[in-house]
Design a protein around this ligand. Structure first.
Ligand code: AP5
Ligand code: MG
Length: 198
């Protein structure tokens, strides 16, 4: 199985690049943000609870997201693999993900971290606000999401770095240019050739 974590701050292009990766490698897309927004749209108990947290730009609890990921992995374990988008966001989530995959006799192949500077992130997300109206794409919430990323989520890089699976990729440029950089990393990881991973 090919299991990829696509990582990076809000607006880095995780969702955009996931779509291209899924198409090329036939993976199951597991976006915790998309699952939570679906729960909100369906007005489930979980969705009503999560909405308040998401609209402040804070993190939903580890227990809730780990439970969602467990269900999705178990439902798709017969496939080619997964792309994890927006998960893990804490070291606890990263540890839980390793345990869940190990229980299913598989593991993370590579963690791709998209590097984009803050001005570009804000520009992209404010543009998306105009185009799509996502509730958490307001300037104050964007700033808080970036703060939470810097203070909490960015440490997840260390977790994968220690395992030799952390691959930073320049996330600035055209969507196609970035995809080319990503496929070079994935193809290197698949054939076990040494890549940039530290
Ligand atoms: P989530 O949905 O994961 O949002 P996020 O991490 O803030 O990231 P985004 O989806 O905003 O950005 P992206 O990196 O996917 O970029 P995209 O491709 O869309 O999480 C939302 C919330 O849910 C969290 O804040 C939290 O509350 C909760 N949550 C989710 N997972 C959780 C977890 N594991 N634990 C706890 N809480 C969790 O691109 C952005 C825009 O830029 C698009 O308009 C796109 O068209 C454009 N774009 C993309 N690439 C380029 C490019 N190369 N050049 C120019 N524009 C580009
Ligand atoms: Mg996204």
């Amino acid at each position: 199985m090919l299991n990829i974590v696509i990582f990076g701050p809000p607006g880095a292009g995780k969702g955009t690049q996931s779509e291209l990766i899924i198409d090329k490698y036939k993976l199951v897309h597991l976006s915790t943000g998309d699952i939570l927004r679906n729960e909100i749209a369906n007005k489930t108990t979980l969705g009503i609870e999560a909405q308040k947290i998401i609209e402040k730009g804070e993190l939903v609890s580890d227990d809730i997201v780990i439970g969602m990921v467990k269900n999705k992995i178990e439902a798709n374990i017969e496939g080619n693999g997964f792309i994890f988008d927006g998960f893990p966001r804490t070291t606890e989530q990263a540890e839980a993900l390793d345990r869940l995959l190990e229980e299913n006799n598989t593991s993370i192949s590579v963690m791709i971290s998209l590097d984009v500077d803050e001005d570009e992130l804000v520009k992209r997300l404010l543009k998306r606000a105009e185009e799509q109206g996502r509730k958490d794409d307001t300037i104050d919430v964007i700033r808080n999401r970036i703060k939470v990323y810097n203070e909490v989520t960015s440490h997840v890089c260390n977790y994968y770095s220690k395992k030799g699976k952390y691959c930073p990729v320049n996330g600035t440029g055209t969507i196609d240019e970035i995809f080319e950089r990503i496929t070079a990393v994935i193809d290197g990881a698949e054939t076990k050739r040494p890549c940039c991973c530290g």
